[in-house]
Design a protein around this ligand. Structure first.
Ligand code: SOE
Length: 385
């Protein structure tokens, strides 16, 4: 069950008015994969991050009231709403975990009402939506977070500190790959992720956005790109067996220059046979190098300026990022912990009125790179940011 400090209200008419305490009232839109990941994270906070603000899981929002009710019971939410406007009106903090095309209007509405927002990535289906969301964030006092959870892997933060401290020297090369295989089968079912109206882009925004954010977080901004996008299977069966058009990319690759002059390459696909969730990044500088792969997320391969080869650092010591909250050295953590770290940071910023990074400006900047890669693909030429 959830920790004792996660309090539940009995069908509150307006949680915000009734709380009047430091407890943050939480509303969530969406109860699929990401709903579960964030509900799990919220449930872990009282036990492992006792300094995180108290939350009250008040409202789960979804179009289908019965399905939302069932999910609310499972996730530990007190009440449901079927209209996101009603959910936003009741809470201090709004998690936008719906498909990409419902990121824009609800997030802007929440920010305009002074409600803190954490929105899943990519920030919006199109650059226009992301720009409007970033503008809403800029005029609001509320915190606006883009959910780039892989920043919160301890080994990634460890790598960021190494690079920021100059341990790798001047960065020359960055290589980011995000490979999955769930669309190799031509009969794999159609879903909103394969529809341009709902998702905006395919793997470019879904997985490429993570890689672009990691490269910009670890090294520097993308300055120019030359990209290409490919769709291998144009139609797929939906749940009723009806063939539906696939209107987004299955795979993309791009070469890029970063503002610091480094050369970067990106590759992401949903058709890489045998790769379940290979989110990998390699960085080489004049004095050293690092290699990371999410499928070995407790480890970072580090080369420190000599010729003896890479050393595998197990990033599980108490003084490693985030680790003091968990287990003794060598007692590894997993994918779901990135959401716990992300939620702790976001809720602290919301409670204290602090800045949060990655914010909507960061999400918009990633979307600019996504958009530039799309334009480069269409025009078959380099595009500068
Ligand atoms: C897609 O398969 C997906 O679930 C992405 O949407 C997530 O962002 C990624 O973390 C895992 O893969």
């Amino acid at each position: 069950g959830l920790g004792a400090r996660v309090r539940h209200l009995e069908a509150p008419p307006d949680a915000r008015d009734r709380m009047g305490t430091d407890t943050l009232s939480v509303g969530v839109l969406g109860y699929g994969f990401m709903g579960k990941a964030h509900a799990n994270a919220l449930g872990r906070l009282p036990l492992f991050f006792p300094d995180a603000p108290d939350v009250s899981l008040d409202v789960l929002c979804g179009r289908d009231a019965d399905a939302a009710r069932e999910a609310a019971d499972r996730f530990g939410f007190a009440d449901v709403e079927t209209d996101w406007r009603d959910a936003i009106a009741r809470v201090d903090v709004f998690y936008n975990l719906g498909p990409n095309d419902v990121h824009v209007d609800p997030s802007i509405r929440a920010l305009d009402e002074g409600v803190h927002v954490l929105c899943e990535k990519p920030l919006a289906p199109t650059l226009d939506g992301a720009e409007r969301m970033a503008e809403a964030a800029a005029r609001s006092d509320a915190v606006a977070a883009t959910a780039f959870n892989y920043r919160f892997v301890p080994a990634i933060e460890y790598a960021r500190r190494l690079i920021a401290d100059g341990a790798l020297g001047e960065i020359r090369h960055v290589r980011a790959r995000y490979l999955q295989d769930w669309l190799v089968d031509p009969d794999a079912p159609w879903s909103w992720r394969l529809d341009a109206d709902s998702a905006g882009t395919g793997v470019l925004g879904d997985l490429g956005a993570h890689s672009i954010d990691l490269v910009q977080f670890l090294v520097d901004d993308v300055a120019a790109v030359s990209g290409q996008c490919t769709t291998y299977v144009d139609e797929r069966p939906d749940d009723d067996g009806r063939l539906r058009s696939v209107t987004v990319d299955d795979a993309f690759s791009a070469q890029a220059t970063l503002a610091c002059g480094a050369t970067a390459t990106f590759e992401a696909t949903r058709c890489a046979t045998g790769h379940k969730n290979t989110n990998a990044i390699e960085v080489e500088g004049t004095e050293g190098a690092i290699r990371f792969d999410l499928e070995r997320l407790n480890e970072l391969d580090v080369l420190r300026g000599d010729d003896r080869g890479f050393e595998t650092v197990l990033v599980t010591d108490p003084d490693d990022p985030y680790v003091e909250h968990w287990w003794p050295p060598g007692h590894t953590i997993g994918w779901e912990h990135t959401f716990v770290h992300e939620n702790a940071a976001f809720l602290r910023a919301a409670a204290d009125g602090d800045d949060y990074d990655p914010d909507f400006g960061t999400g918009r900047d990633v979307q600019r790179v996504v958009d530039a890669i799309q334009r480069s693909d269409e025009r078959r030429e380099w595009v500068s940011l």
